[in-house]
Design a protein around this ligand. Sequence first.
Ligand SMILES: C[S@@+](CC[C@H](N)C(=O)[O-])C[C@H]1O[C@@H](n2cnc3c(N)ncnc32)[C@H](O)[C@@H]1O
Length: 496
Amino acid sequence: MATISDKRAQLLNTLIKLGHIDRQESERKDSTSCDRLNEEDIADGFYDALCEIGLEKKDLLFLGPMNSLHSFSKIIRPVRSLENLKICPILSKSKVKDGGKKTEDGEEKGRKLQNEGDSSVLHVTSPAESKDVVAIDHVSNHLDSDAFRTLINGCVNALRTGGTLLMREYLHGSRSEEDLTDHFYFRDVATTCALLNTATSSSGKEGLQLVSASAPDPVGGKQEVTWKYIKVSSDTPEKKLQVFLDAQQYSKKGILKYEKVFGHRYVSTGGDHTTMEFCRLFHLQRGQKVLDVGCGIGGSAFFMAQEYGVHVHGVDLSSNMISIGIQRRREGNFHGVDFEICNVMTKPFEPDSYDLVYSRDVILHIDDKRRLFEILFRCLKPGGQFFITDYCCGEKEHSEEFKDYVKQRGYKLLTVADYGKLLEEVGFVNVKAEDRTKQFVNILRVELAEFETQESDFLRDFSQADYDEIVNGWSAKTRRCQAGDQAWGMFLAEKK
Ligand SMILES: C[S@@+](CC[C@H](N)C(=O)[O-])C[C@H]1O[C@@H](n2cnc3c(N)ncnc32)[C@H](O)[C@@H]1O
């Protein structure tokens, strides 16, 4: 007897034959043949990102559900050529029954959309290097990891080197979840990021490099992420930095481990306590815009949005950080925080756009601090405030142990005084550069004492080695500060 999925497979094959799932090549689609515009789709990051790329005279490959392209008819009009690969939303009727189990890589398991014989959606057969832009609209949620990888590899192949891949994906908790089928997959952003980062062209010589992944405040319950990648030759240094952060210091487990000692939603000194203290230094007013540079899992961003009614743009290069941040945003039902995975050194921020630029224990990772400060100076509004805490080094000759620690972590540290001077040179005024090492040591002691009282709880989720690493790490930080090797700086400045 045919099972429900057999029947679905038959239906799918019929739909392919009837052309409901099809491949369509056309020259410059005539806008008059388009359905009405979908306002909801227009007011989103995917639409904006397509507009930003500019499709004029571009060769575009668009993959999406049947009518998806119609929402973009206005901006798609000037393309040079359009290839449209459609999937059929008729499959989205019944609710999830046996899906929804989380696997280790954060992917939620449903059943496959494609039966074994159907490869029309998965295989992109466009010639290599033939497209300037590939736009993938809500397709990945219908594909398991293998199918998704096949699709993306085909897209990378089809893209011209330097071309843009744009993809919109639902996140867990999306309003659209209500309309879901047993064919739906939710990935966390770290899982999707890893899949996209490892995609290759058929020659293996090109891959994708992340430009940004925006997961805006889910106003109206719409939880989704817009990915923007460019095709580059494999192994660019930029790519290596993100992989380094995600794989080394900020592995998912590493972040969750640090969160236990810094405090819920934080991966920096003092958690909520220091955030509360420092926020009193700013003139934050409801509706203002804050940039949180290296926002981690969002603690400061949520605090400022909730306490002061400001809107926070949290950017971080680690996909693991943003992935956990999105989870914390959902759990806490926090609003007013947009997350974005991007490198702060290459992100083209709008000039004069933030009232406060804020960064907690991040800039230690960044080599070219002058260039970073120039970037951040430019995006701050005149009259805006600039605030940093950061790991620094002492003035004296450093011990070998300290030099090894800094090298192994890949940190680049300045003295507090040099840090302050650099801020002035870049153009900031009213620069306060304070050595807060004493406060840092006090916080380390409190954090460690508190952590030690929670040993048995911690050991339920982590190993003894993890526990020892935190205890030894916190003791070593204290020792390095007392020896004058390490310091902690607090910097407050303004833009005239
Ligand atoms: C110690 S964590 C601090 C996180 C957060 N500020 C907090 O207070 O919890 C440092 C963060 O800087 C981020 N980071 C390092 N280099 C970056 C870069 N070039 N662009 C954006 N974020 C970066 C890391 O991924 C990490 O999340």
